[in-house]
Design a binder for this molecule. Structure first.
Ligand SMILES: [Zn+2]
Length: 122
């Protein structure tokens, strides 16, 4: 048997990781969408990742954005109230996101979140 194990470089490329403010998963920056609190206290999507201001990251999936808006995660993160306009803009944007998870239940509030926390197998 020939061993065809190629030498794997030990050097790991440095990938900047960020945490989604909704699901708290850590992912590489490019998998996440950046939201910025601008110096004049607006909360806007930063598609280019170049805007100045304090940033927060969210997965590019609808469920995380819904959590972020419904549970005021962005407001908590930025310590600023989301204006109606800013919220409307974000909502317009998230309407374009793919739904990656079918809604388990559309009634009532999702309340199992805390008890369901724990280690998820990947
Ligand atoms: Zn997320």
């Amino acid at each position: 048997m020939n061993k065809t194990v190629s030498k794997q470089p030990k050097k790991v490329k440095h990938i900047p990781l960020r945490t989604c403010v909704a699901c708290r998963e850590t992912k590489s920056k490019r998998e996440l969408l950046r939201v910025v609190r601008t110096p004049d206290s607006h909360v806007v999507l930063d598609a280019t990742s170049k805007k100045a201001g304090r940033g927060a990251y969210l997965c590019a999936r609808l469920s995380c954005w819904e959590i972020a808006l419904k549970k005021h995660r962005l407001e908590q993160e930025f310590e600023v109230a989301l204006s109606t306009e800013d919220r409307a803009e974000l909502e317009a944007f998230i309407a374009t996101l793919p739904k990656d998870e079918p809604p388990l239940s559309v009634t009532g509030e999702p309340k199992a979140e805390l008890s369901a926390k724990g280690r998820k197998p990947k």
